[in-house]
Design a protein around this ligand. Structure first.
Ligand code: EPU
Length: 338
């Protein structure tokens, strides 16, 4: 099914709840719909690919085409001794995939419970939480190349995954529309509970299992992160900055409570952006309808009528004050759409 619309308000399509008019909006429910469309017409130069809109900030109307892959489907495609391979359509809600996996006793993505957004964005953004990342279980990404109009596939190693990063945000940015993802899930799950209070929270719920881990993650997230249905937001607005370990050590010697995490490289360390922002006094700040969440300083919120520009202005002020105090430049995790 194809729907090609003009002058659509994107407010219901982005979790910040920002009003922005898109000149055209192309929704489709099957990969072939997109291939057929591309065999007859070229994609307009200016376009964006929209999933759940949970990581997007529109700063004004969008004079181009919004591509909206609303492809359903959740099912088993293969199985071997240790793994089950589940293919999920780009348009499925991410948390429905997690719930499906946990229900069938398949391990790997339970720590990623309740992350907003859709399956199609999961490899693009390499979503992550509580010590796990989507990349740990992505086997194959299927999509369509907007230039050739042909189907394409990316094996795990082709995706060049990094922290909240992949080839789809770099070389293939705006070029590949993800249509489905095959996740390789564990029949004999290995739990990952090292992050923060996850283990303690899970134990409170009884024996450690996929289901108790999922419940614990849901309870931690719901206690800290605002639900976009009630308060517009896009989760973490900034990435946790990765700095040279020497820089992290010197900051830690001045600020002993600064949370510092190791990374894959001993030369680089990750700092908690929320902590840096809170130390600059921003937590709970509000100007007009744009604000900083009262419980998690990494989350910027729209109290109702904020414009994208007001949120971006606030983020700029936060970046400047964190830089002045700590010498660290925060980089947005949210995609700012100009
Ligand atoms: N912290 C503060 N003040 C704050 C917020 C955090 O001091 O206002 C401190 C906390 O006390 C803690 C540390 O910073 O010591 C880390 O905080 P938290 O556990 O809340 O995680 P985070 O690093 O702020 C990241 C992800 C989240 C993910 C959580 C849990 C990024 C940019 N964000 O946040 O992802 O849910 O870890 O794994 O990596 C998202 O990407 O939208 C998102 C919500």
């Amino acid at each position: 099914m194809i729907r090609l619309l003009e002058n659509i308000d994107l407010k219901p399509y982005n979790s910040f709840g920002i009003s922005a008019i898109a000149s055209s909006f192309f929704e489709f429910t099957e990969k072939e719909d997109l291939c057929n469309y591309l065999s007859n017409s070229a994609m307009p130069e200016k376009h964006i690919i929209l999933g759940g809109g949970s990581n997007m900030l529109f700063i004004h109307d969008f004079e181009g085409m919004v591509i909206y892959p609303n492809i359903p489907g959740l099912g088993l495609v293969n199985e071997d001794r240790n793994y089950v391979y589940i293919e999920a359509g780009a348009g499925e809600l991410w948390d429905d995939l997690v719930s499906f996996a946990v229900h069938y006793g398949l391990g790997g993505i339970e720590n990623l419970s309740l992350i907003p957004g859709k399956v199609g964005a999961s490899p693009v953004q390499n979503i992550g939480a509580y010590g796990k990342e989507a990349k740990d279980h992505i086997w194959l990404v299927k999509g369509v190349d907007l230039r050739s109009g042909e189907p394409v596939e990316f094996l795990h190693e082709d995706c060049r995954f990094g922290y909240r990063d992949s080839i789809f945000k770099n070389e293939m940015k705006g070029r590949v529309v993800v249509t489905s993802v095959i996740y390789r899930l564990e029949k004999f799950p290995e739990f990952s509970l090292e992050y923060g209070a996850l283990k303690a929270e899970t134990e409170k719920l009884g024996e450690i299992s996929l289901s108790t881990i999922r419940q614990a993650v849901i309870s931690i997230r719901s206690s800290k992160l605002p639900d976009p249905v009630f308060l517009g937001n896009a989760g973490s607005f900034f990435k946790n900055p990765v700095v040279e370990t020497g820089v992290a050590d010197s900051l830690k010697s001045r600020y002993s409570t600064l949370p510092v995490y190791s990374t894959a490289s001993p030369d680089m360390s990750k700092l908690a952006a929320g902590w840096l922002i809170e130390q600059c006094g921003w937590k709970g700040f509000r100007k007009g309808d744009a604000g900083v969440h009262k419980d998690q300083a990494l989350v910027l919120v729209n109290y109702g009528k904020a414009t994208g520009q007001e949120i971006v202005d606030l983020s700029g002020s936060i970046q400047r004050s964190v830089f002045e105090k700590f010498g660290v430049m925060l980089e947005p995790e949210v995609n700012i759409i100009a």
